[in-house]
Design a protein. Sequence first.
Length: 276
Amino acid sequence: MSVILAYLIACLLYGLIGWHFWRTKWNNPVQSTDDGTVTVGRENYVILIPLILHGYILYQSIFSGAGLSFGIGNAVSSIVWLTALIYWLSGFFFYRLEVMQTLVAPVAAVAVLLPLISPSPHPLTNIDLPAFKAHILVAMLAYSLLTIAALHALLMAVVERRLHHPTMPSVLTNLPPLLVMEKLLFRIIWAGFILLTLTLISGVAFSEEVFGQPVKFTHKTLFGFVSWGVFAALLAGRQLYGWRGRIAIRWTLIGFVILLLAYIGSKFVLEVVLQR
């Protein structure tokens, strides 16, 4: 009963904070000091409460048995938690992008319940192997960074579409210029791409040690490498042909969707549709 209560409290807190961000940040200007730096609001400290509670829930859910419970519920919840955590940290350094918490908080309110709704059917073994721990950690960081890149691309698309609109929410007018946001987008993609590369290499090179069997060319592997190819093409296009704007946004979102199909999609089919 206490565990279920923790899930519900975290969900409620995320929802309330998301509603607060939407009501106060979307239409009100961002406060800044005289020297141009942006102040950190009290809500940036309050959101730490559901983040800690969410992290505790994930720890209890993932390490609940002899193995590592990492089904679709825990996987999606972990990615969203890491994404929310990174945005929380960015609030102290890149406050002008704090608007993204308006989108992340409601998603986290749903994601925190996923381990309860969809528990892991088959715990993973070999959790004591360093290669396994490194593979899982790098993979989750790669997914989180590329999730942030996708959200950032969506925000850029909204800003670009509203540039010539007669009215624009003040929170959008307080964002950095599109060129600055674009540079930040590619920095995030580069970091996520490097981690995704390490994830794929470790998955192939240490497959037998990590998963107990040689690497198999499944749809999960196929989509993983296709997603890697999309992001590689995007970064190459940026360097060689100066790709930017809508092209960069489109390729970022395509790569992210394929990446979702690679891991989350395969787990959804196996655990939810096929009940394996």
